[in-house]
Ligand binder design. Sequence first.
Ligand code: FE
Ligand code: FE
Ligand code: FE
Length: 166
Amino acid sequence: MQTLKDLLIEELRDTYSSETQIVDGLEEMAEAATSPNLKLAFQTHLKETQNQIERLKQAFTHLGADPEGNTCEATEGLIAEAQEVMDEELSDELLDVALVLAAQKVEHYEIASYGGLKTIAQECGETEVATLLGQTLEEEKATDEKLTRLAETEINKAAVSVSKAA
Ligand code: FE
Ligand code: FE
Ligand code: FE
């Protein structure tokens, strides 16, 4: 690795690996979620994520590089944590709270990655790549905000009512 552009490519491969893992993770989380609204939020973001993978492929075409060749270990860990939650015998209400939390950790990792990479792409003069990364960055932020709203208006409240009843 010699240049900033080399580093950009290597880090975009990490993000490509991240997104491909997130597709599988979101499929499982959509299946596990018990609130219909949360299920729908995961399904919607699953479709967005598939589109984000296409955007990354476009970015690699611009850069003349291959997307394969790097594994995102951070995403492996975040998905493993979501998996742990799904394997625990939680009530429906607590499972949904834990799924939102696990999903938001993933979104924040993505926001950090896309935010930083967008800035690096701009610095490299890769305007089209920066635009593509910026589009995905906005989707990740919107998803994080949607999950916060869902937690505040429904998911956390449901868990509080059940905890009081117990
Ligand atoms: Fe994503
Ligand atoms: Fe990573
Ligand atoms: Fe995301």
